[in-house]
Design a protein around this ligand. Structure first.
Ligand SMILES: [Zn+2]
Length: 484
């Protein structure tokens, strides 16, 4: 009997091994063929383009300032026609507030246009004296263009315009129309910029086939056990919700504390929330990321990803272990603010904490609130959303089957030829969401290599882009526009 069971087990294992092996071997790459570049324009000289970008980095178009730095934006708008004369002569861009909208009509008006988005504002600099080269001097040194906005996001704005200018000069005419939308306040939510640009487009009855905005980039593949660099295209961005937890008690003198103070009750609620994270799951853009990666992997990684449903519990545990990958598989929760007694010897009559949640596509804001209430399970803790639940959800997930996604993936492979392309999820918020009602699909990708060190420079110190990388970004956009 035992022998029969053992034999049965053996055959079951063989069957499973065979199925896994079959699944692993039958994977075929989803990468578009690496076609040779077919640019429809002569690209500008890298050094000249770098100088133009450096010039814009000198203008302190800093977000969230009071008063609004209108003068810096005016100077930037004055610079644009000097840098891109052909664009301004032929397309007559429209200035809306401190933002800019450019329209290049296609030769086939029945085709829905594409929109490329970028932003002209930058985040403030905390300690300018700590920078290797001052943040608003726009220096080109050691092969790099240094300054706030060099990566986020003036490089994209200028690279798009350089590509457009080059194509206009050569007399190329796209079949599909193109819009370029440059917002003025992405870093503070995009209300005056992207939202207004989107409203203008709606007023003009524009329906877009697709939008391309900043978001993900090309990362060194070795970070995830893949040899070539990995170009990640964001199909969606996570939702954003802040919730205040509030406990009110009678307060009093700290020399005679009750069994439980407002702070104790609040602390217990925060511990419960920490210990009961929202459930992890591998679906949507994160699952698609692994489906695209699997055929490019070697060895055990390939076997595991090829059979990801089978290995899901193991995979989820591994992904949950790192903050960067944990954020791909669940709605995250981070306590960010705390407030209690104003004096060291007085009991808090009012203790408050704010938690910031980033919602996974599919996790509705109401369901998240229900999870929080069920986890805290204490009527003394009042939970109140700080932003509108109606707009807190993650974005819609765009398709990898669209014509524009194929063009995007192909253009990446044509410009960054060793890269592997894969879809993924953007963890932060971008301007792109303002265009959602107008577009069938929205993609988030910035055509630059970003190492972990570069990521720290964004919103951090010593932000810079290499002269070569900026030229490559221009080549990418020229490639993309050549395909319209
Ligand atoms: Zn940005």
């Amino acid at each position: 009997m035992l022998k029969r069971f053992a034999l049965l087990g053996f055959w079951a294992l063989c069957g499973l091994g065979g199925a896994m092996g079959w699944q692993t071997c039958s994977l075929s790459s989803r990468q578009p063929a690496a076609l040779p570049a077919n640019l429809k324009a002569d690209l500008p000289e890298a050094r000249r383009a770098a100088e133009r970008l450096a010039e814009t980095l000198r203008l302190q178009t800093v977000s969230g300032q009071k008063p609004f730095p209108a003068e810096a934006f005016d100077q930037l708008h004055a610079l644009l026609p000097q840098h891109f004369p052909e664009t301004f002569r032929r397309l007559q861009p429209r200035r809306l507030g401190h933002s800019l909208l450019i329209h290049w009509p296609g030769s086939k008006p029945e085709l829905k246009p594409i929109l490329l988005a970028a932003h002209l504002d930058v985040v403030p600099v905390a300690a300018p004296e700590s920078w290797t080269h001052p943040p608003f001097v726009g220096q080109i040194k050691d092969g790099y263009i240094w300054g706030r906005g060099a990566l986020d996001d003036k490089n994209s704005a200028w690279a798009i315009l350089e590509a457009l200018e080059a194509l206009l000069k050569t007399g190329y005419q796209p079949r599909q129309g193109l819009y370029i939308a440059l917002g003025e306040d992405e870093e503070t939510g995009g209300r005056n910029g992207a939202q207004r640009l989107a409203e203008q487009l709606r007023a003009d009855s524009v329906q877009l086939e697709a939008v391309l905005d900043e978001g993900l980039a090309i990362v060194p593949g070795s970070m995830i056990g893949l040899e070539p660099p990995l170009a990640l295209i964001g199909l969606a961005e996570k939702g954003y919700l802040s919730v205040r937890l509030r406990v009110t008690q009678s307060g009093g003198h700290a020399s005679m504390p009750p069994r439980e103070t407002a702070v104790d009750i609040l602390a217990r609620a925060l511990v419960r929330l920490n210990q009961s994270p929202m459930p992890a799951r591998l679906e949507g853009p994160a699952a698609q990321l692994f489906d695209w990666l699997a055929p490019e992997m070697q060895g055990l990684n390939r076997v595991i990803l090829a059979n990801r449903r089978l290995f899901e519990p193991v995979l989820l545990r591994q992904l949950a272990a790192r903050a960067t990958t944990n954020a791909l598989i669940r709605t995250t929760l981070a306590p960010t603010q705390l407030k209690a007694s104003p004096k060291d010897n007085v009991l808090a009559s009012d203790a408050e904490a704010v938690i910031n949640l980033r919602l996974l596509p599919g996790d509705g804001p109401e369901a998240v609130m229900a999870h929080l209430n069920a986890t805290v399970q204490d009527a003394r803790v009042q939970l109140q959303p700080l932003n509108d639940l109606a707009t807190a959800a993650a974005s819609v997930v765009s398709s990898t089957e669209s014509a524009f996604f194929a063009l995007l993936a192909r253009s990446i492979r044509q410009t960054f030829d060793t890269s592997v392309v894969a879809p993924s999820l953007v963890l932060a918020a971008t301007d792109a969401r303002h265009y959602a009602p107008l577009a069938e699909n929205i993609y988030r990708f910035m055509p630059v290599y970003l190492t972990a060190e570069d990521l720290e420079r964004i919103h951090g110190k010593d932000e810079r882009i290499s002269v070569e990388a900026h030229a490559q970004a221009i080549a990418f956009y020229a490639q993309l526009l050549s395909g319209l």
